[in-house]
Design a protein around this ligand. Structure first.
Ligand code: IPE
Ligand code: IPE
Ligand code: MG
Length: 252
C-alpha cells in the first residue's frame, strides 16, 4: 500500500437490472453487459499490480429472485467461466470462488472446480468470485467449526479469540479488503464480507455496474489514496510514525 494503491479491492457489482431497464432490455441483458465489464476491471487491476480483486456475483439472498432470472444467472456464470478462464490463465490470474457452492447446479460446480484447478498456481492477480456467499453464512460456518473443535475436546471455549474465528473464515489467507466499491447507487453492504470489511474504506457510486469503466475505477482509487486510515489511532500518531498497525486483528 506504500504506493497509495489498495492491495485488495472488494466490489459489489450492482445496477445491472436498472441498466437494462433504462434501455428497455430484459434484465439478463444487463447481467451480460455486467460480465463484459468484469473483464475490463480485472484487466485494470492486473495492469496496476493490485493483488486481490473480490467480486460479489451472487448473494445468498439472490435465490429470492424469480426462478427464471436465477437460472439465467447460473447459465451465464457457466458460460463466462468457460469463455474467460483461458484468458485469465494466460494473463497469470488465479481464480478462486468463495461461497456455498454445493447449492449450485452440478455443471456450474464442475466449471468452478476446473477453473480453480487450471489457474491455481498463477500469482499476478487473485480474482475472487463470491457466489452464493453471505457474510453471515461465512461467520456462522466458522463458529460451527470452532464448536466442533470444542466438542472434540481440542479447544477450550475460553481460548476462542477473534484470530481463531477468523482463521476458519473464507479469505483468512488474504489481506483484508483495503477498498470496497459499490456501484448502482445503494449505500449498503447487503451481507457481503461483514467480518472482513471492519476497517475497509468504503466508496459508493451511482454509476451502474455495466457503465463502471476503468475511469470510474481509477476515480475510486484516487479517492482511496486521499484517505487517512487510522485503525483506531489518532491522526497525529499516524503522521508521526508513518506506520499503520497490522490490519489483522491482534497482529499489531
Ligand atoms: C447486480 O445487479 C447483479 C446481481 C445481483 C446478480 P442487479 O441485478 O441487482 O441490478 P439492479 O439492482 O436490479 O439494478
Ligand atoms: C448485492 O446486490 C449482491 C450482488 C451484487 C451479487 P443486490 O442487488 O442483491 O442487493 P440488494 O438486494 O439491493 O441489497
Ligand atoms: Mg441490485
Amino acid at each position: 500500500m506504500d504506493n497509495g494503491l489498495p492491495r485488495h479491492v472488494a466490489i459489489i457489482m450492482d445496477g445491472n437490472g436498472r441498466w437494462a431497464r433504462r434501455r428497455q432490455l430484459p434484465r439478463i441483458a444487463g447481467h451480460r453487459a455486467g460480465v463484459e465489464n468484469v473483464r475490463a476491471i480485472v484487466e485494470r487491476c492486473a495492469e496496476l499490480g493490485i493483488d486481490t480483486l473480490t467480486l460479489f456475483a451472487f448473494s445468498s439472498e439472490n435465490w429470492r429472485r424469480p426462478p427464471a432470472e436465477v437460472r439465467l444467472l447460473m447459465d451465464l456464470f457457466v458460460h463466462a467461466l468457460e469463455q474467460e478462464v483461458q484468458r485469465l490463465h494466460e494473463n497469470g490470474i488465479r481464480l478462486r470462488v468463495i461461497g456455498e457452492r454445493s447449492a449450485f447446479p452440478r455443471k456450474l460446480q464442475r466449471a468452478i472446480d476446473a477453473s480453480e484447478a487450471m489457474t491455481a498456481d498463477n500469482t499476478r492477480l487473485t480474482l475472487v468470485i463470491a457466489a452464493n456467499y453471505g457474510g453471515r453464512w461465512d461467520i456462522t460456518e466458522a463458529a460451527r467449526r470452532l464448536a466442533e473443535q470444542v466438542q472434540q475436546g481440542l479447544l477450550e471455549p475460553a481460548a476462542i479469540t477473534p484470530e481463531l474465528l477468523e482463521a476458519q473464515m473464507c479469505l483468512h489467507d488474504t489481506p483484508e479488503p483495503d477498498l470496497f466499491i459499490r456501484s448502482g447507487g445503494e449505500q449498503r453492504i447487503s451481507n457481503y464480507l461483514l467480518w472482513q470489511l471492519a476497517y475497509t474504506e468504503l466508496h459508493f457510486t451511482d454509476c451502474l455496474w455495466p457503465d463502471f469503466d476503468r475511469e470510474q475505477f481509477d476515480l475510486a482509487l484516487k479517492s482511496f489514496a486521499r484517505r487517512q486510515r487510522r485503525f483506531g489511532m489518532t491522526g497525529e500518531q499516524v503522521e508521526q510514525t508513518g506506520e499503520l498497525p497490522a490490519q489483522r486483528l491482534g497482529t499489531s
